[in-house]
Design a protein around this ligand. Structure first.
Ligand code: ADP
Ligand code: MG
Length: 153
């Protein structure tokens, strides 16, 4: 599925996914700097029912948001130098746990990237327009979620 979204659209997408995704889901976020990966993740946290502030984990690699219907593990792998660093921060344990994981720059996870994942690719299409491509890999979005996403088009 491919969308062209303004800022509000990106937020709506995040909220819908936060409300609907089953726990254990891994979201692999990729694409342009400024493409909206962090903006999307803030809305994802809201959709999960988290009400606090969400900031980019660029320098910490991981922020954890608890208090919603499931914990959100928010990674930003931009500064990862080698996959061993992922082991050190317990990447795989978080991914396999009962939360929802959103990893910005997921392509840097290399072999640690889970096989079952939903890929979201963000590209700048204008000042306030972004194209977002959603691709479930070895999993399905489900009919109800697909229906809600169709309304975004
Ligand atoms: P990334 O994490 O991918 O680097 P951010 O979410 O941090 O991107 O930044 C996206 C920037 O682009 C924000 O300043 C946001 O306000 C702006 N923006 C403009 N249009 C959009 C849009 N349609 N979707 C998401 N962000 C947008
Ligand atoms: Mg970001």
């Amino acid at each position: 599925m491919r969308f062209t979204l303004n800022c509000e659209g990106t937020e709506t997408l995040g909220k819908i996914l936060g409300e609907s995704l089953p726990t254990g889901t891994f979201l692999a976020l990729s694409g342009d700097l400024g493409g909206g990966k962090t903006t999307f993740t803030k809305a994802l946290a809201q959709g999960l029912g988290f009400s606090g502030e969400v900031t980019s984990p660029t320098f910490n690699l991981l922020h954890i948001y608890e208090g919603g219907r499931a914990p959100l593990y928010h990674f930003d792998l931009y500064r990862i130098k080698n996959p061993e660093e992922l082991m050190d921060i317990g990447f795989e344990e978080y991914v396999e746990s009962d939360g929802i994981t959103a990893a910005e720059w997921a392509e840097y996870a290399g072999e640690a990237l889970p096989e079952r994942r939903i890929e979201l690719h963000f590209e700048k299409a204008g000042e306030t327009e972004r194209t977002v491509e959603i691709l479930p890999v070895q999993c399905e979005l489900g009919a109800e979620l697909e229906r809600r996403l169709m309304e975004l088009q």
